[in-house]
Design a protein around this ligand. Structure first.
Ligand code: ADP
Ligand code: MG
Length: 702
């Protein structure tokens, strides 16, 4: 035991080319210049790039690497890599192992098959990857992985990282303006910080392989409700079974090796569901590491005869998986800008950042909703197990009372002696409750950060984080403009108070502390004018609202062309996913279910005739009732399948919106009808005739 304890510090980051390692392998002048470049955002000189490349290569070779790759995050949502070996021929038929600064800094993967949403003409299929020196390179599977951004020949972003970096820069820029207005001259940088809680399911690999739907779609397309699901809530935080514990142990070790600060692990609500949460870090690193973590989770599972399912809803009837994205802004001096302070000035600054966040969420509800809109996540949002599809913000009782008091200029609590004057009064202590006080809220304030609970388990956190950063940057910019303009006209505290009060008044409608699962909330939200974009087909069309395009381009996060391209890709992705699921379902019904049920029916009929021959007076009620029900259900399954097939063959050549509606209303909803029939068939069919592992086996076998 003590052995593992001691090993962790050495294990941690052992596959990462971090600062410590750099100091050993790179000249001190190059190291200094690299640090300098990070600080002021300047490009590195080729001389330094060469030095770092050489150091990286030597370290990588000593650690068994033979290849290098520019590791990037295209719009598929997963990571991509093209491996090149270090070998280079030398006279005499030998080789040397080489890696130049040029190879480190820039790559040209042939990228014609990555989604570009029309940003790349086919004659210029090439994509360019460029080293992101702000995060560390690492070794994975004998390959040196260099984190990179990925763009087209004309410089358009073709990846998830570029807009994230731009949004970090935007929020840094605007937050610094505010801090300067408060007289802060120390802070050099404001950092967007993320801590993603990753949920996942583990299933037995042998069972997984028998389910075409799990293999092709990542989720079961049918499956009768098992006698036991999560009703007893005996799995949540329950003791971890040995096979899962062994998996989690190895997972931690692998994550630590590549520098992921894996901290918390536990069983989740649904049977076979678990969670891993790392310690939060800067958004760029957190995003890279979450992508890496998802990959490692799947690899380690395979070594344990398991499969790690990252889909948002692998199984009906039990909870799906999300990825709570905890988000805050911190300074390079170590201060959290969402921490309520102790002095009137600190409080005022906190309230200003709070007001900015609330304003941003209210004004850009649709964009935030779009950042989590994709086919897989539709099964969670609004399904009484995850936040509703309506965006709102939960502040907790104490903070909401403070907001009310600022607005109404009345007592915020009995013990206070008057209204709360921003910049003059001290806030009452705000308890930092670490428990999830309102699990039904999509965006919850949890002491010193916001927890965005809508993102799905499989998705990159770059998109949601990009939106959070950008809406924050926008509110802060407007506030800074207003305060700068107020200038000498009004005392600063006066201007500040008015600004915060007005902002709370305007955007209070987005605050909600009640039960988000309640039907009453749907009606109330509508009365408040909040958007309820129930599914991706409904949500995605608002991605390109003029105000969203203006917001994103105003802060340099996306160009107009990039937004149009991403919109195109999201819509296309949605239609493709539904289409693949439908094709898979048709295939399984056609080749598996119809025949299996028919075989069982004929088995029942044979039983009836044998019984009748041997025992003329014996009743055959069980066999005949079953055979009849099954025959009827199987016929209607055939009918709906034929309908689904023809729906798939007659997809209209329509524009985005109509096409999304078609896939949702005609294809997806028909699949749901089929599922209902199949689940009944499964319940009635003898296990030995049913061709697929059932929910009970899959959820309770690990
Ligand atoms: P929960 O009660 O939701 O489990 P925790 O406090 O355990 O909350 O934190 C969950 C995640 O939030 C972890 O990844 C943690 O590192 C992260 N986190 C904590 N503080 C911050 C912060 N200031 N900014 C961003 N993420 C944070
Ligand atoms: Mg949480």
């Amino acid at each position: 035991m003590s052995e593992t304890k001691c090993r962790v510090p050495e294990l941690f980051g052992s596959r990462v080319f971090n600062e410590e390692t750099m100091k050993q392998y790179v000249s001190s002048s190059a190291f200094r210049e690299w640090k300098e470049c990070l600080k002021n955002g300047q490009p590195l000189s080729l001389y330094v790039a060469n030095d770092i490349a050489d150091g990286m290569k030597n370290w990588a070779l000593e650690n068994g690497a033979t290849h290098f790759t520019h590791w990037f995050q295209p719009l598929t949502g997963i990571t991509a890599e093209k491996h090149d070996s270090f070998i280079s021929p030398v006279p005499g038929g030998k080789i040397s192992m080489d890696f130049s600064g040029k190879e480190l800094v820039r790559g040209e993967p042939d990228a014609s098959s990555f989604p570009s949403g029309g940003l790349r003409a086919t004659f210029e299929a090439r994509g360019y990857s460029a080293w992101d020196p702000t995060v560390f390179a690492f070794i994975k599977d004998d390959t040196l992985c260099i984190p990179t951004v990925f763009c087209s020949y004309s410089g358009d972003a073709l990846d998830k990282k570029t807009p994230l970096l731009r949004s970090c820069e935007a929020v840094n820029r605007q937050a610094l303006r505010i801090l300067r207005l408060f007289g802060d001259t120390e802070t050099g940088k404001v950092i967007s910080q993320l801590g993603p809680e990753q949920e996942y399911f583990l299933v037995d690999k042998e069972l997984f392989l028998k389910r075409e739907d799990l293999r092709l779609c990542g989720r079961t397309l049918f499956g009768a409700k098992p006698p036991k699901g999560q009703e007893l809530e005996d799995h949540y935080f329950g003791s971890i079974r040995p096979r899962v514990a062994a998996y989690m142990k190895e997972l931690d070790e692998e994550l630590w090796k590549v520098g992921v600060l894996s901290k918390t692990k536990h069983n989740e609500v649904a049977p076979a569901q678990h969670e891993m949460a790392p310690i939060y870090t800067d958004a760029n690193t957190a995003c890279d590491q979450n992508q890496l973590a998802m990959e490692i989770m799947q690899k380690v599972a395979d070594r344990h005869g398991l499969v790690c399912l990252l889909h948002e809803k692998p199984f009906a009837f039990v909870n799906g998986s999300g990825k709570h994205v905890n988000w805050s802004l911190g300074t390079d001096t170590g201060h959290n800008l969402f921490s309520p302070g102790k002095t009137p000035s600190q409080n005022a600054q906190f309230l200003l950042f709070l007001a900015a966040f609330i304003k941003g969420v209210d004004e850009y509800q649709e964009l935030l909703r779009c950042s989590v809109a994709f086919a897989g996540n539709d099964h969670r949002l609004g399904a009484q197990e995850a936040p509703p599809a309506i965006i709102s913000v939960f502040l907790g009782q104490e903070l909401e009372a403070i907001v009310d008091s600022v607005i109404s200029e009345t007592d915020y609590e009995e013990r206070s002696k008057g209204s709360l004057r921003v910049g003059v009064d001290v806030l009452p202590p705000i308890p930092q409750d670490t428990t999830d006080r309102n699990r039904t809220s999509p965006v919850a304030f949890t002491g010193n950060k916001f927890e965005f609970r809508m993102p799905g388990s499989s998705q990159s956190i770059a998109g949601p984080a990009t939106v959070l950063n950008t809406i924050m940057a926008d509110s802060l910019a407007e506030f800074a403009d207003a305060l700068e303009a107020a200038g000498t006209e009004k005392p600063f505290n006066e201007a500040l108070h008015d600004l915060i009060k007005r902002s709370f008044e305007l955007h209070k409608r987005i605050l909600f502390s009640g039960n988000g699962y309640d039907d009453e909330w749907v009606a109330e939200a509508e009365a408040r004018g909040l958007k309820n974009l129930k599914n991706s087909a409904k949500a995605l069309t608002s991605y390109i609202l003029p105000k969203n395009i203006e917001l994103l381009s105003r802060h340099g996060v996306y160009t107009k062309a990039e937004i149009a391209a991403r919109h195109e890709i999201h819509m296309e992705q949605y239609c493709k996913v539904i289409s693949i699921e439908a094709e898979t379902l048709v295939d399984m019904v056609q080749h598996g279910i119809l025949n299996a049920v028919s075989n069982y029916i004929s088995h029942l009929c044979e039983t009836i005739s044998r019984k009748k021959a041997a025992l003329p007076n014996a009743p055959c009620r069980v066999e005949s009732a079953l055979a009849e029900s099954l025959s009827e259900l199987n016929e209607s399954l055939l009918d709906t399948m034929v309908e689904l097939k023809s729906t798939l063959q007659t997809v209209p050549s329509a524009d985005g919106e109509t096409l999304l509606a078609y896939y949702h209303d005609k294809v997806f909803l028909r699949m749901e009808q089929m599922r209902a029939i199949i689940d009944k068939l499964e319940t009635l069919t003898a296990s030995e005739f049913w061709p697929y592992p059932n929910y009970c086996e899959m959820l309770f076998s690990v």
